[in-house]
Design a protein around this ligand. Structure first.
Ligand code: IPD
Ligand code: CA
Length: 269
């Protein structure tokens, strides 16, 4: 089984478990602020994915959102370290936890494989729609087995653009400031509650572009590769190439990328 096939099998297993516990009485805790929450299902999903990856690839490294939160001060170092490691799996066990807590469909499992810091495979699974997106470096991007490509729109006016509302105040303000410039220029705006889902939708041509401030590698790594393999472009909000430490991100079909970069706010980490 290839890396991407293994990741797909594990993402489906975790996704089915998450879906089966939707709208049940799971416990919820606050993380960095009242806007940032985690459920026992996020933790169970991460444990399951970690266990399955360990069974398949005992030697490979692992970087999961919930485990990283427990070692928040070490994230930068861990990402630097990942550039020196042959295999690191980067996992968001539930991307869209706020949707999950509220019982709103629109959450995903996101699993990426980085080799010496370069993305090699990525899978995003949406259990509510039983929809799986995946890509392997150099082999194209797929949705439920069929090849996908980004849209061919050349102007923002021809596109629906996605964004998110991050938990940290400065990042949320940057989204709102840029939104004021972007919203009047595009056909419409969507905020679906999962960065990974937004990126998968850019890759499959449903959205023309997506931007957000303050994301982490686990939110976006799989989606970055899927967009690139679907013919799109991903940079930071200043237009620099994507790397694992990028937090402020723009992903697009390529055609509207520069138009979206213009109103971006320069923001520190
Ligand atoms: C969040 C989602 C959301 C985005 C937030 C992220 P989480 O991830 O991707 O769409 O707006 O900034 O933190 O916490 O649900 O894994
Ligand atoms: Ca996430």
């Amino acid at each position: 089984m290839s890396y991407v096939e293994t990741a797909g099998r594990i993402a489906r297993e975790a996704g089915r478990m998450i879906h089966s516990r939707m709208d049940t009485d799971f416990s919820t805790e606050q993380k960095s602020s009242v806007f940032d929450v985690v459920t026992e299902v996020d933790k169970a999903s991460e444990q399951l994915i970690r266990q399955r990856l360990k069974e398949a690839y005992p030697e490979h490294g692992f970087l999961g959102e919930e485990e990283s939160f427990a070692h928040a001060g070490e994230l930068e170092e861990r990402l630097e370290q990942a550039k020196k490691e042959p295999f690191v799996w980067i996992v968001d066990p539930i991307d869209g936890t706020n949707n999950y807590v509220q019982g709103i469909p629109g959450f995903t499992v996101s699993i990426a494989l980085a080799c010496y810091g370069e993305l090699r495979a990525g899978v995003i699974y949406d259990p509510c729609r039983d929809e799986i997106f995946w890509a392997e470096k150099g082999k194209g991007a797929f949705r439920n087995g069929s090849p996908i490509t980004v849209s061919n729109a050349a102007e923002l006016a021809q596109t629906v653009v996605g964004t998110g509302f991050p938990s940290k105040a400065a990042n949320r303000q940057a989204v709102m400031t840029s939104l004021q410039e972007i919203a009047p220029q595009c056909r419409s705006i969507r905020s679906l509650g999962s960065a990974a889902l937004h990126l998968a939708y850019v890759a499959s041509g449903k959205l023309g572009a997506f931007w957000e401030y303050g994301l982490n590698a686990w939110d976006v790594a799989a989606g970055v590769l899927i967009i690139e393999e679907a013919g799109g472009r991903v940079t930071d909000t200043l237009g620099n190439p994507y790397q694992l430490s990028v937090k402020h991100i723009v992903g697009s079909n390529g055609g509207v990328h520069d138009a979206l970069l213009k109103p971006m706010i320069p923001l520190g980490l």
